[in-house]
Design a protein around this ligand. Structure first.
Ligand SMILES: [Zn+2]
Ligand SMILES: [Zn+2]
Length: 191
């Protein structure tokens, strides 16, 4: 049976960006017999998830809410997508976070979250470039989903390289290296 990754919209997010990500992820994960769908209802951001001193949202709080929101749904994987800046201590900001399936409590959905805010040229006061923007969103989505498939950070030319800056994101390819690909194949066979 085909496994499904559900994309969950969090807060205000442009629909065209969301649909484009779905199509792009479909092309990547099709060969793994995984399809992508859009989760039936979006969730709104809450005040308690916002840190007014940092002017950022707390990624871990949002991740917890994604879990609560989707726990009865028995989805294979859930990827939350949002357009507000997020942080996770001790880091100043994160492009995304994910649950490692080896560390999760059984029965809890395996979820990940990405924020697209820092992937825009505009964030760095440069002229907008939609091609860059879309590719970066795809890269961060594949990366966090990779973590939900048990992959760790990788130092080869690989999507699983850690991104500390936008330049890191731009440098890495939108693909898994051979050794991560091997691990993925073993992981999917074990399901
Ligand atoms: Zn990572
Ligand atoms: Zn790798």
């Amino acid at each position: 049976m085909k496994k499904i990754i559900e994309l969950l919209k969090i807060g205000d997010l442009e629909q065209t960006i969301f649909v484009k990500l779905k199509d792009n992820l479909e092309n990547i994960f099709n060969s793994f017999n995984i399809s992508i769908s859009i989760f039936k209802d979006a969730i709104q951001l809450e005040k308690a998830e916002y840190n007014s001193e940092r002017r950022q949202y707390n990624a871990n709080k949002i991740l917890k809410r994604i879990i609560n929101h989707t726990k009865d749904f028995h989805a294979f994987r859930i990827l939350g997508v949002m357009d507000q800046d997020i942080y996770s201590e001790p880091l100043n900001f994160v492009f995304g976070i994910a649950i490692n399936p080896k560390k999760r409590i059984s029965g809890v959905p395996v979820v990940a979250l990405i924020s697209i805010t820092r992937l825009r040229e505009k964030f760095y006061r440069r002229p907008e470039n939609n091609d860059f923007f879309e590719l970066r969103i795809l890269k961060e989505a594949i990366h966090e989903l990779g973590h939900t498939f048990s992959l760790e950070h990788c130092n080869k030319f690989c999507i699983m390289q850690f991104s500390n800056t936008l330049m890191d994101t731009d440098k890495k390819p939108p693909q898994f290296c051979e050794s991560c690909l091997k691990k993925l194949t073993i992981f999917f066979k074990s399901l």
